[in-house]
Design a protein around this ligand. Structure first.
Ligand SMILES: [Zn+2]
Length: 169
């Protein structure tokens, strides 16, 4: 429940910019935005930003044919991302983990000698929902927000968003 709590609320604007750049395969620029988001935030949500940052750096190393760097940074990225829920602040973290794992597997298959043959179509886009999402504290479903009413489609649990302002500052 602690992890779900840190995943409530909105992404930092710098993180949104970072995700856009990541999806344009501008991995160096994405890494810079995530670093800004990471510096601006407090608490465990930094793990999310640090984890995506490391995935971007891993991909950057691959584009620069740095095999050892890519393998090392992939390991670091999973350290940050492994304990996060599949959806965190609207980011599909589960999908990102799977995509990065597929990249790491292909990298291992090619080895350092054949890294130039890496198929960059394996750099899949990150998926996120900029609308604020909350995880239901009763049943764990993703809750939907509309006109400041947050409703659980599964169990009917409801909040008013004004009650939730405490969760993001
Ligand atoms: Zn519910």
């Amino acid at each position: 429940m602690k992890d779900q709590f840190i995943c409530q609320g909105a992404l930092h604007p710098k993180a949104i910019e970072g995700l856009r750049l990541f999806n344009e395969k501008k991995f160096f620029e994405a890494h810079e935005e995530f670093e800004s988001a990471w510096r601006a935030e407090k608490g465990e949500i930094r793990n999310l930003y640090q984890g995506i940052l490391q995935v971007a750096v891993c991909y950057l190393h691959i584009t620069r044919q740095n095999y050892n760097g890519a393998v090392k940074v992939y390991g670091r990225s999973m350290k940050w991302l492994k304990d996060l829920p599949d959806v965190c602040r609207g980011v599909r973290v589960g999908k990102l983990r799977e995509d990065a794992e597929a990249v790491a597997n292909e990298l291992q298959k090619l080895g350092a000698e054949r890294i130039t043959e890496f198929d960059s179509s394996l750099f899949k886009a990150a998926v996120w929902n900029e609308k604020m999402e909350w995880v239901c504290d009763r049943c764990g479903s993703i809750m939907r927000e509309k006109n400041c009413k947050v409703t659980c489609p599964n169990c009917g649990n409801r909040f008013d968003c004004s009650d939730l302002n405490i969760y993001f500052d």
